[in-house]
Design a protein around this ligand. Structure first.
Ligand SMILES: Nc1ncnc2c1ncn2[C@@H]1O[C@H](COP(=O)(O)OP(=O)(O)OP(=O)(O)O)[C@@H](O)[C@H]1O
Ligand SMILES: [Mg+2]
Length: 431
């Protein structure tokens, strides 16, 4: 997170911010002139805290309110608090400023900002189906019921489970994951329930299982569709009785956990076939969150792509990759993503490692994808886009070779300087 702004001249306030661990930049009355200056760093801070005891707080408010959410604190009286709201404060904190209060406020505003730009927690999406998922996550978080998250592989079941936990009253306790796929029953049991010393050969110590360790928190049973019916019976027991017994143990222990399970299998069908216990299915599926396949929400692709570019761009130390060309986006938008978001993430990571230009070009995409894109392009040729993309690449490398010298780059390309300048503007090439 980039630093939040704090406008105050009180030492006490500075100390509170320091002890909160939140990165911040402190400004005082003498910095007010900067607000109208050209050097004002718009967008470089996500949130501002304005001390209403400071002289000129109204001017600060007017200067910042359209650019960033402003939280006003320490109003001298109710009238001034109301005035701050009228002036556009996102919030007025009238009680004392404490580090806890501060952290909670910053967290709340961060997640609100994310929601505005098309994300919930770590989950990015702005399609209406994903908005429905976000509101389901919030409702699931507020309840104590078990949740079953379903969806094809790579649709984001794990971040969904984490978001439910983080938004639930259990958020300050552990979130523990048990990946049930490809693990033999005996190991699953010892992971989940723990064991007593001497329970079996090699049990040289007593170990708590994750159901005990997650006390007061959430246990995420990933790939629950892969477990044996015997193990299902044991999970059902935990849910029904709310207690466990360590392997080799002699007594039951009460556990307080909330279960979130996930699967990419059709559990109803598995129930019909007798491969999954119906009673367990209903116990887990109290709330169902189904994550739609990416091909059913193609409008999320641009925002997801931007998210992954931001995530992987720092891996390149030699070049700053900040965008994707329309041409390359066109190819993504015509692909059907059998591997869903995970596949898109891999594609972007791959492209970033191959890119030689600040924007991802079609030629940076994995080969198979370009092929599928080409086939489609023959059917609907977009000559203009293709030419523009080619020109961009050409001009970019000429500029790089000429170290940004436009006259020299123009000479290499065999065109006039003015012509090149026009192209640079037209194609929005960063120089
Ligand atoms: N909406 C999203 N926004 C951001 N990242 C996402 C989103 N959906 C998925 N991802 C990312 O894609 C990757 C795959 O997601 P995840 O591991 O949750 O898949 P899954 O649904 O559990 O699939 P599987 O059934 O194969 O385990 C992860 O890195 C995850 O963070
Ligand atoms: Mg998974």
């Amino acid at each position: 997170m980039s630093a939040i702004w704090v406008i105050s001249d009180s030492k006490e306030v500075e100390v509170i911010f320091q002890s909160s661990g939140i990165p911040f930049s402190l400004y005082g009355p003498k910095d007010l002139a900067m607000l109208s200056g050209v050097r004002f760093p718009i967008d470089s801070f996500p949130l501002a805290f304005l001390d209403m005891a400071i002289e000129g707080w109204r001017e600060w408010m007017r200067g910042m309110r359209h650019r960033v959410p402003v939280i006003c604190f320490a109003p001298p009286d109710l009238g001034t608090a109301v005035e701050a709201m009228r002036l556009g404060a996102a919030d007025v904190v009238d009680k004392g400023l404490t580090t806890e209060r501060l952290r909670a406020d910053v967290e709340r505003h961060e997640s609100r900002a994310k929601e505005r730009e098309g994300a919930f927690d770590d989950i990015v999406g702005r399609s209406s189906v994903m908005k429905d998922v976000f509101s389901l996550i919030k409702r699931a978080a507020a309840s104590e019921s078990n949740v079953l998250i379903t969806g094809e592989s790579g649709t984001g079941k794990e971040p969904t489970a984490r978001a439910i936990h983080r938004w639930s009253p259990r958020k300050d306790n552990s979130f523990m994951t048990l990946n049930c796929s490809a693990i033999p029953d005996t190991l699953l049991e010892s992971e989940l329930f723990g064991f007593e010393k001497g329970a079996f050969t090699g049990a040289n110590y007593t170990k708590k299982g994750i159901l005990e360790m997650a006390g007061g928190g959430t246990v995420f049973l990933d790939e629950i569709g892969d477990v044996s019916t015997l193990f299902q019976t044991k999970v059902l027991r935990v849910i029904q009785e709310g207690e466990i017994m360590r392997i080799g143990g002699a007594r039951h222990t009460k556990v307080d956990v909330r279960i979130i399970a996930a699967t990419n299998k059709d559990l109803k069908l598995a129930c019909k076939r007798g491969a999954f216990r119906e009673d367990l299915f209903y116990r887990l599926n109290v709330i169902n969150i189904h994550l739609p396949a990416l091909r059913r929400r193609m409008e999320d692709i641009p925002i997801l792509t931007a998210h992954f570019i931001k995530k992987y761009a720092p891996k390149r130390k030699d070049i700053v990759i900040s965008d994707i060309t329309d041409e390359a986006m066109h190819i993504l938008l015509n692909y059907n993503f059998p591997g869903n978001v995970r596949e898109l993430e891999n594609i972007i990571e791959h492209s970033i490692s191959f890119a030689g230009y600040p924007e991802i070009l079609p030629s940076d995409l994995p080969h198979a994808l370009i092929q599928s894109g080409l086939k489609r392009r023959i059917a609907t040729p977009k000559m203009k886009d293709a030419v523009a993309s080619f020109e961009k690449e050409l001009i970019w490398s000429a500029l790089q070779e000429a170290r940004g010298n436009i006259s020299r780059a123009a000479a290499t390309l065999g065109i006039y300087r003015q012509q090149l300048q026009r192209k640079i503007k037209q194609l929005k090439i960063a120089t």
